[in-house]
Design a protein around this ligand. Structure first.
Ligand SMILES: Cc1cc2nc3c(=O)[nH]c(=O)nc-3n(C[C@H](O)[C@H](O)[C@H](O)COP(=O)(O)OP(=O)(O)OC[C@H]3O[C@@H](n4cnc5c(N)ncnc54)[C@H](O)[C@@H]3O)c2cc1C
Length: 309
């Protein structure tokens, strides 16, 4: 109920204007977001790299409504790629296709995606196309495949275990040699598309993680990303990898900036590859609302800070 309300508010322009108006919102959001500037992003990524973590850079933004905004978002990615390389930080880049103009049409979006992939290739960077709500799943997978077909090997995408279709998608992405990040899924989806019960989402997560790990044992270039803060999912993946001799170098765990830091550091200390997704930028509102929706305690933290301000 609360989750639904927060996810609905994440799309609301009025709620966005109201909430972002308060400095306390920006302060609380800084728990999940490196900052608003590129300098903040580089600093946060450098600190994580110094702790032995891998990083994914993300310039926040989604659902742009003009071609100029989509092109500007691609420019921001190019600048981020250049700055990360100039700072000597080895990172991945994440992008959302609605940030690159997917709502304006596949052609505009694909042209922007190609610009990003081309630049990423020159600085030897892997680009992960994040997965958004289910209305975009089919087109996102099609554009990622199209990018691979025109020769970009540095592209991968994300599969959400809450969708019924995901098992088939994992099978076909693995067959096509496309790298997958597995997550549970962060959007509000109807019961005809996604498992409504958490137990089913978790069971599917464990199943898909096993499929990806089994595939990575045969083909290390698939290098799946097990993206979760759920200790039970982490334990399931670790257990499967250990009992099926999947080398630790063939996969990585991924978590979000500011969430379960002790779990991130513990896994790193155990010798696993851990990558932290580090978002930054002025467009933090929808990302922040999804993080609030994931954990009611975050909302109470926000509300109590709001009244303390
Ligand atoms: C690296 C990465 C990339 C992602 N990319 C995508 C994507 O492209 N598309 C997409 O739909 N989703 C994406 N997600 C979000 C994902 O789908 C889930 O919404 C999110 O990770 C919460 O699920 P969970 O696996 O952590 O498990 P949950 O069962 O939700 O949480 C398990 C435990 O983790 C902790 N936790 C989880 N979330 C939070 C939080 N916000 N604040 C504090 N503690 C928390 C809590 O202790 C909780 O009990 C990504 C997640 C990660 C880690």
């Amino acid at each position: 109920m609360l989750r639904e309300l927060l996810l609905n508010l994440s799309h609301s322009k009025t709620a966005r204007q109201f909430i972002t108006h308060f400095p306390v919102a920006r302060r609380v959001s800084s728990r999940f977001v490196a900052g608003e500037t590129l300098a903040d992003e580089i600093k946060a990524m450098r600190e994580l790299r110094n702790k032995g973590m891998w990083v994914t850079a993300d310039h926040l933004g989604e659902n742009v409504s003009t071609e100029a905004d989509a092109s500007r978002a691609a420019d921001d990615c190019l600048q981020l790629l250049d700055s990360t390389a100039a700072a000597g930080i080895n990172s991945h880049l994440s992008v959302k296709l609605t940030q690159l103009g997917l709502d304006l049409g596949n052609e505009i979006c694909f042209a922007n995606l190609r610009r990003v992939l081309e630049k990423a290739k020159t600085v030897n960077t892997f680009v992960r196309v994040d997965m958004e709500s289910a209305e975009y799943t089919e087109r996102t997978l099609a554009l990622v495949r199209a990018a691979k077909d025109v020769g970009y090997e540095n592209v991968g995408t994300v599969i959400q275990s809450y969708l019924y279709r995901s098992e088939e998608d994992v099978q076909s992405l693995v067959a096509d040699g496309i790298r997958v990040r597995l997550c549970k899924g962060a959007y509000k989806e109807p019961p005809d598309k996604a498992f409504p019960r958490k137990e089913d989402v978790d069971a599917n997560y464990a199943k898909l993680a096993e499929m990806l790990l089994a595939a990575a044992k045969q083909n290390p270039s698939l290098y799946p990303a097990i993206a979760t803060h759920d200790e039970a999912m982490v334990a399931a993946a670790k257990g499967y990898a250990a009992s099926h001799d999947v080398p630790r170098s063939h996969f990585e765990f991924q978590m979000l900036f500011g969430i379960r830091r002790e779990l991130q550091e513990g896994l790193r200390a155990e010798g696993y590859n851990v990558r932290v997704y580090v978002p930054y930028g002025a467009e933090w509102y929808p990302y922040f609302m999804r993080r609030l929706a994931e954990r009611p305690a975050n909302l109470w933290f926000f509300v109590s800070n709001f009244f303390k301000r």
